[in-house]
Design a protein around this ligand. Sequence first.
Ligand SMILES: [Zn+2]
Length: 76
Amino acid sequence: MEARWSARTTVGRVRAPKTIVCVDCGGTCHLLAHPETEFDPGDPVAYRCADCVDRWDLVMADDEDGGQGDEVPGAL
Ligand SMILES: [Zn+2]
């Protein structure tokens, strides 16, 4: 039994959230890049907080549903 999302043609590309919550002041940080920009896993994504004007760089996660990375921690 295999369930796959065949509509996905790009491999591992992710779209960053438009806003995140500032860990410093709890304000809203807005994405500096275009909202439809797609990032590769490991890419830094810059945000700026509307309240404290701090800049945050998130690193896109490798994936959200199952590991396909080239580094597999020795499980067996
Ligand atoms: Zn802030």
